[in-house]
Design a protein around this ligand. Structure first.
Ligand code: GAL
Length: 689
């Protein structure tokens, strides 16, 4: 599958700017200072519909013409947002049917944003019109390089229950199922008497006695929302392609109930992401060494799974906060720079800080920009100035290089959406994902995310030596065959509990678990239990070790029965009525191996598996790195760039086993080297031809 990605010759750095929120006298000084910081790009207009169309059907561009012309005068490029995330008041007042409605029937009004639905024909036509007007006006403006559709599709809210959404859902279902008998079968309607006899009886999930809707209907609802979101974005993308063919098209963020891969592949040039690592620092956890802001690497890896090189349209540029919710502390000195390089290490080739200056009014008066309200010099501007100087020198070397990983964690949309409702598998996915990501991070083994989709090919899988697919509860035969081929050709796959027991509608298969991959794994599941209440996670005994380690089989236990002589039992349960039964197995299949673990993964289990697999950090021969420092590698045919990112608020010690060049700080390094708190080093190595 060929993915869509950003293709640049130099790194683009910039900021999100809102000319409509500031006195015009400030603009020139703002743009001049941006250039001093080595900025080359701004994003504007994504919330400015009323400025462009103050009353229905009358358009005016003078404010943005002046702002964009001035930006151009200062040598800044411009990304234009289509302003459809915030419909004007005149619009929702005249056409209240465009508003989104909650599942309980509450209509969402002005005050916030994203309070519209994607289904309303009038909203679609008004969005199409403003997009066309803006595209016609700016398609040949020399400063305008590209477009951002809407703003953060499905952020803040990703469910829609307006009357028009029920109608659109029905239409979508008719297209998919054609006749009601098929819908009734897919939704298991015979259970609890839910069989439909005419299409107008069919709805999106509605409130009922408890919040337990029909699970198959709920899964289709999410698929519908994704398709509906994409079709809403397509309306704008098609217009932009037609009217502004020389400018690129993207959108920002990856949010729930949206197949961002499909959207990017079908409509966009590349995906963009909004990166706010501070969110991760406010999570409370009993974990002694939590990932914190380093967890954002996982989010960025999901972005990279869509576009190998991408844009960070919004990068954290200060403390974050809304007036009545969201309270994020100040980045410590050095952290904004660290997070900028975190984004770059993971594949960003263009990055804009959100925002140039903190708003003095509205919900986001505490969502800080680089500049404070007072507009006087501050430490954040100074830090960004340093980044600007550095990228002006190293940016062009790094753009277009690709993140390098030999292992990937596999995810897919069906299981993500099914797991939102199904508490028997949803929570395990999160735990296992973080356990693997963290274990690999702290061992300096770079990891990708691979999203399994119907279009995924064997070549996609064969890019990796090891694939971890934690809990693919829904697993189709096609998916199972693909993984069989992958393992036959030498790949290693690792599955966790609850694999392969549901079909595409979310019905349970009448087959021994793990269903379509039972043969690949050489096992079946003879019994199982949720770990809850009086059931405590049992310890695990590793067969090659005498003692029982402090390793527990968390959350769920599949009790494994070996079915093939090619299976090796790696570990067994050491308590409960299934003590002595296999907990972790490894099947030799073709040239490769298929592992099956009967529980949700935790760090100690993953640690043991990593040891057995002999996975090693790729820079082992070059440098010893403490766990607090992330190692990420971006490569071209000729060079490797090794990013060393210190997330700790302490200085850490690196040990270089060979003499290497740090392009960021322009110095040679060898032996013991201190990396101060939050600092970054980028080593350039020539690759052997
Ligand atoms: C993003 C959004 C921005 C701004 C920022 C801070 O999600 O795209 O418009 O709201 O968060 O809240």
């Amino acid at each position: 599958m060929v993915a869509k990605k950003l293709t640049l010759d130099t790194f683009e750095l910039g900021a999100c700017y809102y000319p409509e929120q500031w006195p015009e006298e400030l603009w020139a000084d703002d743009f001049r200072r941006m250039k001093e910081l080595n900025f080359s790009v701004i994003r504007v207009a994504e919330f400015a519909w009323t400025i462009f169309e103050p009353t229905e059907g009358s358009f005016q561009f003078d404010l943005f013409d002046r702002a964009i012309d001035l930006a151009h005068h200062f040598g800044l490029k411009v990304i234009l947002g289509t302003p459809t995330a915030t419909p004007p008041v005149w619009l929702t007042h005249r056409y209240p049917e465009v508003l989104n409605v909650s599942n309980e029937g509450v209509t969402y009004h002005h005050g916030m944003r994203r309070h519209y639905n994607y289904s309303s024909p009038i909203y679609r036509s008004l969005c199409a019109r403003i997009t066309r007007e803006m595209a016609m006006h700016y398609h040949n403006h020399p400063a305008v390089i590209g477009w951002q559709i809407d703003n953060e599709l499905n952020c803040e809210i990703n469910v829609f229950y307006a009357e028009v959404d029920h109608i659109a859902f029905r239409r979508w279902l008719i297209e998919i199922y054609k006749d009601l008998t098929k819908l009734n079968l897919a939704w298991g309607a015979v259970f609890w008497n839910q069989s439909y006899t005419s299409w107008d009886q069919v709805h999106l999930t509605r409130p009922s006695v408890s919040d337990s809707p029909n699970p198959h209907q709920a899964l289709d609802e999410k698929r519908f929302i994704s398709d509906n979101t994409i079709s809403f974005a397509k309306l704008q993308a098609d217009i932009l392609r037609e009217v502004a063919p020389l400018q690129w098209v993207t959108t920002n963020g990856i949010f729930g109930h949206l197949d961002s891969h499909k959207m990017t592949n079908d409509l966009l040039d590349f995906i963009s992401y909004d990166s706010y690592p501070l969110f991760a620092t406010t999570e409370t956890s009993s974990d002694l060494n939590p990932l914190q802001d380093r967890k954002w690497g996982l989010n960025l890896s999901m972005v990279r799974a869509i576009s190998a090189q991408f844009c960070v349209m919004e990068q954290q540029s200060g403390p974050g906060g809304w007036v009545n919710r969201i309270e994020l502390p100040s980045p410590r000195p050095g952290q904004m720079r660290l997070w900028t390089y975190q984004s770059i290490a993971h594949g960003a080739d263009m990055l804009l800080y959100f925002r140039w200056r903190t708003a003095t009014m509205g919900t986001e008066i505490y969502w800080h920009g680089i500049n404070d309200y007072h507009n006087l010099p501050n430490r954040r501007v100074e830090e960004v100035a340093r980044v600007g100087r550095e990228l002006a020198s190293v940016g062009k070397l790094i753009v277009r290089t690709s993140f390098k990983a030999d292992i990937a964690i596999v995810k897919d949309y069906d299981n993500e959406w099914d797991g939102e409702l199904d508490t028997w598998h949803g929570p395990m996915e999160k735990k296992s994902l973080v356990a693997w990501y963290k274990s690999l991070q702290y061992r300096h083994i770079p990891v990708d995310i691979l999203t399994y989709r119907i279009e995924t090919t064997l070549e996609d899988l064969l890019q990796y030596k090891t694939l971890v697919y934690p809990h693919p509860t829904i697993m189709t035969d096609e998916c199972a065959r693909l993984f069989e081929d992958y393992v036959s050709q030498g790949g290693t796959v690792i599955f966790g509990c609850r694999t392969g027991y549901k079909n595409i509608h979310g019905h349970c298969n009448m087959a021994a678990f793990p269903g379509p991959v039972a043969e690949l794994c050489g096992i079946t599941v003879e019994d199982f239990t949720l770990i809850k209440g009086i059931y405590k996670a049992p310890p695990i005994k590793w067969r090659d070790q005498d003692n029982i380690k402090a390793t527990h089989a968390d959350m769920f236990n599949d009790i494994i029965r070996v079915q093939s002589p090619t299976v090796e039992i790696v570990a067994e349960y050491a308590a409960e009525y299934y003590a002595g039964k296999p907990a972790l197995t490894k099947n030799s299949f073709g040239q490769g191996f298929a592992w099956y673990y009967g529980a949700a993964f935790n760090e100690s289990v993953v640690g043991e598996i990593i040891k057995s697999l002999k996975l090693k950090p790729p820079i082992e021969a070059i440098c010893d790195v403490p766990w607090q420092v992330e190692v990420a590698i971006r490569e071209s045919k000729e060079s490797s760039f090794i990013f060393l990112l210190n997330y700790s608020d302490q200085a850490e010690t690196l040990f270089f086993k060979q003499k290497v060049y740090d392009i960021l700080n322009e110095r040679w390094l060898t032996g013991e080297v201190e990396i101060i708190a939050f600092d970054v080093i980028i080593i350039k190595l020539e690759r052997q031809p």
